[in-house]
Write a protein that binds this ligand. Structure first.
Ligand code: PA5
Ligand code: NI
Length: 191
């Protein structure tokens, strides 16, 4: 017997704004939320002292039925840098080690950084239309290296869980920075 939550649901995505309706939860992440992630702590403190700054928004909708738990997330990363480092998501690994994810770049350009706990590292170049599979056991972070908003759609199981601790401790192996007007990958001294 189907319950009310077992019926199909659709949301409407707007390609111009990169938002969808209806949204259940919207989360804003500011420089202060990424204080452990950005490398230039002096610039981080200056931005926070000057009233903080939005780095990205997450628009979220869970789709739970009596037998499943899918989630939809749309992330909108503003263009910008903190010091030399481009705006990026915090980055996390899934709590469950059997849980993958799909990311779909809608607008903007940048990189998807992927890393295992053992230190295998990959960077996938992103342009509008790139769809990336994030296998289980790979931490993931998106970096906006362009001059407009980077927007991507994420689809995953709610039960995957988000673990931020390994990234808070050491970060990713590479920092993505602007050097002489160009995108550069440099070693993370804390890795
Ligand atoms: O579930 C995901 O992987 C995404 O929806 C992310 O949560 C989102 O992009 C924001 O990144 P983070 O969770 O690392 O702050
Ligand atoms: Ni994820």
């Amino acid at each position: 017997m189907l319950q009310e939550i077992d019926y199909p649901i659709s949301v409407q995505f707007d390609f111009e704004s990169g938002t969808f309706d209806p949204v259940k939860v919207r989360t804003d992440r500011c420089v202060s939320d990424l204080a452990l992630m950005f490398a230039d702590k002096k610039v981080v403190q200056e931005i926070i002292n000057n009233g903080d700054r939005l780095v990205y928004e997450i628009w979220y909708h869970p789709f739970e039925t009596s037998k499943s738990d899918m989630a939809l997330g749309v992330t909108r990363i503003l263009p910008g840098k903190v010091g030399a480092e481009y705006h990026m998501t915090k980055g996390h690994i899934h709590e469950r080690d059997d849980q993958p994810e799909i990311y779909f770049c809608i607008q903007g350009e940048g990189y998807l950084l992927l890393q295992t706990l053992d230190g295998d590292f990959r960077a996938e170049r992103w342009t509008p239309g790139t769809i990336s599979h994030i296998p289980p056991m790979w931490a993931h972070r998106v970096v906006n290296t362009g001059n407009k908003m980077l927007i991507f759609v994420a689809s995953y199981h709610l039960s995957a869980g988000h673990d931020y601790q390994p990234i808070e401790e050491k970060g990713f192996k590479k920092l993505v920075v602007e050097t002489d007007g160009k995108v550069a990958f440099i070693d993370n001294p804390h890795w």
